[in-house]
Unconditional design. Structure first.
Ligand code: ADP
Length: 495
């Protein structure tokens, strides 16, 4: 068969400017950074030239200073440095340096309080990215903005930059990674962001008397994507729409769900350098070694009896979205389920406290580490038998896909990307890859945990489940091809 029928050759000159508030390996608080680290190289593989613009936060190192420029914003001026990193052929990262805005302890908030100038911080990121294109006369086919922080990119393209020649043929794509974060600010920000008051209307940025930068991204982009097909449907309903369901239904013909991939090199049990031993679907001996090691790392017993008990892992932001309130509802029952729990995360003080207390009360079966630890996250994925992710809502979710790859069977709720990536044991027969429950109740989570622990005891069935899970393909290549289709669609139907 000729190769061309397998892989249509991309147009070599296509280019995309991505704008986002975080990207690996430069910054990360959540899944957004993983996507911005992995999607660009996958697009580059398909022949696209990708430039990713992110802030140069405190701790972000690397990059060559290309130039410093003065940019106007809302009647003031900002002194901005453009640092560039050529990560690989066709993959450049632009680090936007403005220390008074980005050289801070955290990315978005401190002590649970958002930085009051977040509108300015991220508007400047967007302006800097667009100015970079203008100054270097770079005609990007697509500007791809991610989440509310980049929501003004499609807006500026159709206002401030509407007649800028370099963007004459540019189409915009806006991706919603999590609708819960909406970039809502007081109206008086409009002039401070160089936006006309006329945008304070239903089809503009107006949102319950204030402005929403997320709404800007939704209303002004050529195409909208979100990170799983099911979430694309869910956010058009009142239950998951956070007040945006009507707006999204209005633009439904432009809204598409594309599952995130996972970085198959970073998350590969056969080569993962964070692990004490490696394993594969056909030889899972190393997984038991990983289990012993992670139990020890948590100060738990790793004798034969401990190794035979199912080990449930959880790596999560400790917030309601991730189902922490469900866990709180069955906290007192966890020690009676016949399993051991290892937990890693940070988040709401009450949930951190809950896990600390549970670990103190049940030191033999529950252990917790409060913090952010990439290496430990890998070792939990490798060492655990089960992974608990009972989210209230989940746009895509990455940890359940890492879990599948590491033969760690996910227990998830049937929402968003979790529903799209995990097939339930009772429903999917030989294709099953995990345990899926419907109702957001502690009782259903408890039942799923019990069911999972029971099946775990049946070694033959468990082996099949693990093999099926490990055979799933969630690589970025597939998702990147879907994005290319959306880019082409956006180009064909620019506003
Ligand atoms: P979200 O972006 O909503 O937090 P995802 O599952 O999409 O959830 O992505 C979370 C990412 O952050 C995953 O890569 C996960 O492993 C990682 N992560 C979350 N909390 C921690 C932590 N405490 N330590 C290390 N990695 C973490």
């Amino acid at each position: 068969m000729p190769t061309s029928s397998l892989m249509p050759l991309p147009t070599p000159s296509r280019s995309v400017l991505m704008i986002a508030s975080e990207a690996l390996p430069f910054s990360k608080t959540g899944g957004l950074a993983d996507v911005l680290g992995a999607l660009p190289p996958a697009l580059a593989q398909l022949g696209w030239n990708v430039t990713v613009a992110v802030p140069r936060y405190r701790g972000t190192t690397g990059g060559q200073l290309l130039e410093r420029v003065t940019l106007p914003l809302g009647g003031t001026r900002a002194d901005v440095g453009f640092y560039t990193v050529d990560v690989a052929e066709r993959h450049r990262v632009l680090l936007v340096d403005e220390p008074s805005l980005f050289d801070r302890a955290q990315l978005y908030s401190e002590g649970g309080v958002d930085y009051p100038d977040n509108a300015r911080r991220f508007a400047l990121l967007v302006r800097a990215a667009l100015e970079y294109a203008v100054r270097h006369n770079h005609t990007f086919d697509i500007v791809h903005a991610h989440d509310w922080q980049a929501g003004l990119a499609p807006v500026y393209l159709r206002t401030l930059y509407a007649s800028t020649p370099v963007f004459a043929t540019t189409a915009s794509v806006f991706t919603i990674h999590n609708l819960a974060y909406q970039g809502v600010f007081e109206q008086d920000w409009l002039p401070r962001l160089d936006l006309p008051w006329s945008l304070l209307e239903q089809d503009g940025l107006e949102f319950w008397g204030r402005i929403s930068l997320l709404k800007g991204g939704i209303n002004f982009s050529s195409m909208i994507t979100t990170v799983s097909p099911r979430y694309a449907r869910e956010i058009q309903t009142a239950a998951f729409g956070f007040g945006f369901d009507g707006i999204l239904r209005h633009r439904a013909s432009r809204l598409v769900g594309i599952l995130n991939g996972i970085d198959a090199q970073q998350w590969n049990p056969e080569t993962d350098t964070f692990l004490p031993a490696r394993f594969s679907a056909s030889d899972r001996a190393g997984k038991r070694e990983c289990k012993a090691a992670v139990l020890r790392e948590y100060g738990l017993s790793s004798d034969e009896a401990a190794l035979d008990r199912p080990l449930v892992g959880m790596i999560s932001r400790m917030v309601d979205q991730k189902g922490l309130d469900l866990i709180a509802g069955i906290a007192h029952e966890l020690p009676n389920l016949g399993a051991t729990f290892v937990v890693l995360g940070t988040g709401d003080a009450r949930y951190q406290e809950m896990w600390r207390r549970l670990a103190a009360e049940h030191p033999d079966t529950i252990a917790v580490r409060i913090g952010f630890d990439e290496g430990l996250a890998h070792r939990i994925e490798a060492g655990a038998d089960l992974f608990m992710m009972p989210s209230q809502f989940e746009p895509c979710g990455l940890n359940q896909m890492y879990s599948l790859r590491y033969g760690t069977i996910p227990i998830v709720r049937r929402v968003g990307g979790l529903a799209d990536t995990v097939k339930d044991y009772d429903e999917a027969g030989a294709d099953a890859t995990g345990f899926v429950f419907d109702d957001y109740t502690p009782e259903q989570l408890r039942r799923s945990l019990r069911r999972a622990v029971d099946i775990y005891r049946d070694t033959a069935r468990w082996t099949i489940l693990q093999r099926t899970a490990m055979a799933e393909d969630h690589s970025w290549d597939r998702s990147a091809r879907e994005y290319v289709k959306i880019y082409e669609q956006a180009l064909g139907s620019r506003f």
